[in-house]
Design a protein around this ligand. Structure first.
Ligand code: GLA
Length: 737
């Protein structure tokens, strides 16, 4: 896997940075559902096949709900000049992005690679949806046809949910000397200083020699800080480590170019420093978190006052509903509220520096999740490798690193815990979860809440046990374990659905309504998160059933995935509101890996600002998906900016509307409870832009107050317009009045 990731990263790099010019890219292919082995042949006539994009799942291209076999065929001309230009003349790499779920790839009829297995294979179906595919062919292989048309045929089997090639554009690349050299980096930085290590990694069994040029530019001041030009030599399989250090915390652009002596080809990488915009946390107490919280009468209640500042802290809460009590040392409010009603509670947090007050409206009634749920979920980091220890560790880190001081409260276990049923039909966790009840208790003792995952199908997406025909029994067990949140993931419910041959809206609602009924029979508040990727326009009916519904396929840590999902949420804004939210999937900041090797999110720092800004504007549930034990200052700063989180948690519960789409610029506006508006001005293009924002275009002839949300500062002297520097894929986040 490690090599594959490396190859993948270098491929991505090559596509975007035009290095070797020995590559072709394949944004489209011919496509047909079904399966016929003769479709692998070069001479097969596919003229009547549909033309599709190769970077997004087929569901998005007119094949909604299609599970099963399908083929892609890519025709391409391979000029002999490409071979002549290559110094190494050894290998050809076909990068086929990611494929949901299993695939076989043929070059002119010859099998060149396979990932995962098909249902007809002796070992049965195994999905490898998460792995980037790289298939290598020797250049002298007779299957490679120079100066002729070639056909790459990709046979895919999709078990459930989304299907096909996704996450990136497939490419073909001839390996050359330059491709044997990878440029990557590690970063260490906080508010005071930054240290970057640039690694030039020679992957070849021969020495690489060339010229290295590094420029370090402060993009805020427009000042060049450092220029390095030198001749370098890297021994076979060795790494050259270049340290770049600079004081302070600004947006720095490090540009690294390596030109290889023998071929004069170059590789280039641009690194944007992990600049932190969130101001450092003050020692003084400050009450954060939602301003409104809903719970049902007679059910166990758990709410922890979120307060930043130095600890120890003591708390007070005046006006609590009858039946609730506060632990003054921890700020945890528990008990069982007796009567319905709105309770205006005055919260106080005190430490050695002073005291802070805040207001919380506790609404005892029928609705929960009055603001979007905020928490952590195991999937994007641990995937199926999650265990009880890792869950508990995450809960402890919520406390130790102070995430709970900002309102982060759910610790959610995703798939990978389910084993079999005992003779009475009780669902049993696997060995990695020796005691679920103890896990729930420990999470609660910290003042946090416990989430779990299952499927309405016989199995979940990874083939683990689901709740089909055991719905009532399963939720009763969950309630015993102390579960406060349920993610209910469609997955293999497709099998049941297909059997029943009913594609009406009520058929889509059926499994979710059934679980809703059983959840409502419990004496517990359980946030109900529907996960069925947007089938049957779930946003139209999701609010009648659950507290949130996934609107999309799974997110991954690329700009293509995040921006495609996030910026396509605009049609759904009217469906979101207190107690019911559109869910564009979990956050991909920090160290992620889906159970494979953990890596830094491949989103650039600018893209990460865009991601968090957009999810806040969208009033999306916020579920952190990274390994919390490796949380560094930058990621922590993204997740603990109180003014950014306030936009997400605003009590009005409106989702932002996309008001302006002007070439690469998009402006999204979210109405807030106090009459102000949160405005995200995004640059989706590949180059930095200067943009003149006219407030009249947002319906304001003049503005009285403009606040920079990330920096938490007022911007003075603004009346009718404002000039913004928007980095490529970056954002400016304002709150205006
Ligand atoms: C689906 C969901 C993911 C995750 C996995 C678990 O892919 O969309 O969020 O829950 O299943 O198998």
């Amino acid at each position: 896997m490690k090599n594959k990731v490396l190859l993948f990263v270098s491929c991505l790099f090559i596509m975007t940075h035009l290095s070797a010019q020995l590559h072709l890219s394949f944004p489209e292919a011919r496509f047909k559902t079904g399966d016929n082995i003769s479709w692998k042949e070069r001479t097969f006539d596919d003229n009547d096949w549909k033309q599709v994009k190769t970077s997004i799942p087929w569901e998005r291209q007119g094949y909604m709900n299609y599970d099963g076999y399908a083929w892609y065929r890519i025709h391409f001309f391979l000029p002999k000049t490409m071979l002549d230009k290559s110094y190494l003349k050894e290998k050809l790499n076909f990068y086929v992005a990611k494929i949901d779920d299993a695939d076989e790839v043929y070059l002119n009829g010859k099998l060149i690679g396979k990932t995962g297995t098909f249902p007809s294979d002796p070992e049965g179906f195994v999905s490898r949806w998460e792995i980037p595919r790289n298939y290598i062919v020797n250049l002298d292989d007779p299957a490679v046809l120079w100066d002729e048309e070639n056909v790459l045929a990709i046979r895919v089997y999709d078990g459930e949910s989304s299907g096909g090639i996704y996450a990136d554009i497939p490419t073909l690349q001839i390996y050359d000397l330059i491709d044997g050299l990878d440029i990557d980096y590690t970063a260490l930085n906080d508010y005071n200083e930054s240290e970057y290590h640039i690694y030039l990694r020679n992957k070849l069994p021969q020495t690489q020699s060339g010229k290295l040029q590094i420029t370090v530019e402060d993009t805020q001041e427009g000042k060049m800080l450092q220029t390095i030009t030198e001749k370098i030599e890297i021994a076979p399989l060795k790494v050259l480590d270049k340290k770049i250090a600079f004081p302070g915390n600004t947006r720095i652009k490090i540009n690294v170019t390596y030109i290889d002596d023998k071929t004069s080809k170059f590789k280039n990488k641009e690194i944007i420093s992990y600049y932190i915009l969130t101001p450092p946390v003050s020692d003084f107490p400050k009450i954060n978190g939602p301003k409104v919280y809903g719970a049902r009468p007679g059910h166990p209640f758990l709410f922890t006052i979120a307060a930043s500042g130095i600890y120890p802290m003591t708390f007070e809460a005046q006006g609590l509903p009858k039946g609730l009590k506060l632990d003054r040392k921890t700020g945890i409010i528990t008990g069982k509220p007796e009567k319905e009603g709105d309770y205006k509670v005055i919260l106080t947090a005190k430490n050695e520096k002073g005291a802070a007050r805040g207001e919380l409206l506790i609404r005892i009634g029928d609705k929960i999740a009055l603001t979007p749920p905020m928490g952590w979920n195991s999937w994007n980091c641990w995937g199926l490798k999650v265990d009880q220890e890792k869950m508990l560790q995450s809960a402890h880190i919520f406390k130790e690193k102070g995430l709970m001081h900002y309102g982060w409260s759910y610790i959610n276990l995703d798939g990978g815990w389910q084993d079999t049923r005992d003779s009475k039909g009780n669902m049993l966790p696997n060995k990695k979860f020796p005691d679920m009840k103890a896990l729930g208790d420990s999470i609660h003792a910290l003042g946090l809440k416990f989430g779990i995952y299952t499927s309405p199908g016989p199995r979940d997406c990874a083939g683990y046990l689901g709740s089909y025909q055991h719905e009532k029994q399963d939720v009763e067990i969950f309630a015993k374990w102390g579960v406060d949140y349920l993610k209910y993931d469609w997955c293999y419910y497709s099998e049941v659905f297909d059997r029943e041959k009913d594609t009406s809206t009520s058929a889509y609602m059926k499994p979710y309504l059934l679980m809703q009924k059983h959840l409502r029979e419990l004496d517990r508040d359980i946030v109900y998160s529907l996960c069925q990727y947007g089938f049957d326009d779930v946003w139209r009916w999701g609010a009648a059933i659950g507290n949130s519904w996934r609107t999309t396929w799974d997110i991954t840590d690329t700009w293509e995935s995040m921006s495609d999902i996030g910026f396509n949420q605009y049609p759904y804004y009217s469906y979101a509101g207190p107690g019911h939210w559109n869910d564009p999937d979990m956050l991909i900041v920090g160290k992620v890996g889906w159970g494979e090797e953990l890596r830094n999110s491949r989103l650039t720092p600018d893209e990460q600002y865009t991601h968090i800004t957009l999810w806040s504007l969208l009033a999306s549930p916020l579920l952190i998906g990274c390994d919390l034990s490796q949380l560094e200052p930058f990621t922590l700063s993204l997740l603990t900016n109180t003014e950014v989180l306030d936009v997400n948690q605003d009590p009005l519960g409106k989702q932002a509307q996309r008001l302006i789409k002007d070439k690469n610029i998009q402006i999204w506006v979210k109405e807030l409870e106090d009459g102000s508006k949160a405005v995200g001005i995004f640059n989706l293009g590949n180059v930095d832009e200067v943009y003149d924002l006219l407030f009249s275009s947002l319906g304001y002839p003049v503005v009285n107050e403009v606040r920079d949300v990330w920096r938490q500062t007022d911007i003075p002297n603004i009346t009718s317009s404002m000039r913004l520097n928007l980095p490529s894929h970056g954002v400016s986040f304002l709150r205006i009045r």
